[in-house]
Unconditional design. Structure first.
Length: 247
């Protein structure tokens, strides 16, 4: 059984505009509770209890949140280890900060919300890595997972957008940034280089593992919500009101 979860929560969340001028997006309140509370609650309900929270922006507020809410977590400051985001940044950076982990673990972005059931489904007792995919009507806005049977073949980033022109449709199963990793991921993270947008991307490390047929796909069966824009606050509030069992 996997118990450990690495939660990436170093970013500010600039797309949230004024909502993140004094705190990270993970602490924006929805129905009276910080968004991160819903993430941690569902992780606990799914059986995970060993949390590593990789923080950065306004890190003291994150530490205070954990203490006040009674959550137990190991807190690691990404900016103290790697330097400020102007120096090095990207979704692979939190993994660079926890490379001492010697067991399988879950890796999630702290601005994504999943059901208890789908989190449980990622607790797979085998030697493979997993990525969670979700059928989406607008795959052109995301990374698309291409499958080879149960295995991940490759990830195509925003497949229908290139210089503003539409490209051919390649699939509609998108990456939801929910992973089960074995320690093999750390070797691949050290091999990747900056992406065209100047960041170190976890998907590049996953793609290296996929080339060795070491990554399988789990499909999201319940729901997935991204918490990145101001309108997502109202969207999540309404969702929680209508789906009390999802909390």
């Amino acid at each position: 059984m996997i118990k450990k979860v690495v939660i990436a929560a170093a970013g500010q969340g600039t797309r949230m505009l004024q909502l993140t001028k004094d705190k990270s997006k993970h602490l924006i309140k929805v129905n009276g509770k910080p968004f991160l509370s819903y993430v941690l609650d569902n992780l606990q309900k799914a059986g995970y209890d060993d949390f590593i929270l990789v923080v950065g922006y306004e890190s003291k507020l994150m530490e205070k949140f954990l203490k006040d809410a009674g959550y137990k977590a190991r807190v690691i400051n990404q900016f103290e280890i790697l330097g400020p985001k102007e120096k090095i940044y990207g979704t692979a950076c939190p993994l660079m900060c926890v490379k001492d982990i010697g067991e399988p673990f879950l890796y999630i972005c702290g601005d994504n919300f999943y059901s208890v059931e789908d989190l449980e489904a990622m607790n797979v007792d085998d030697n493979f890595n997993y990525v969670a995919g979700f059928k989406n009507d607008h795959p052109e806005n995301f990374g698309v997972l291409l499958a080879d049977g149960d295995f991940l073949d490759k990830i195509v980033e925003k497949p229908r957008l290139l210089g503003g022109q539409a490209k051919e449709f390649v699939g509609d199963l998108i990456n939801t940034s929910l992973y089960k990793f074995t320690p093999e991921i750390f070797e691949k993270v050290m091999e990747i280089e900056k992406s065209p947008r100047g960041e170190y991307e976890v998907t590049d490390a996953v793609s290296l593992l996929a080339q060795e047929k070491k990554v399988k796909i789990n499909k999201i069966k319940d729901f997935w919500m991204d918490f990145g824009k101001p309108e997502d606050v109202e969207k999540l509030s309404k969702f929680l009101d209508e789906n009390n069992s999802k909390r």
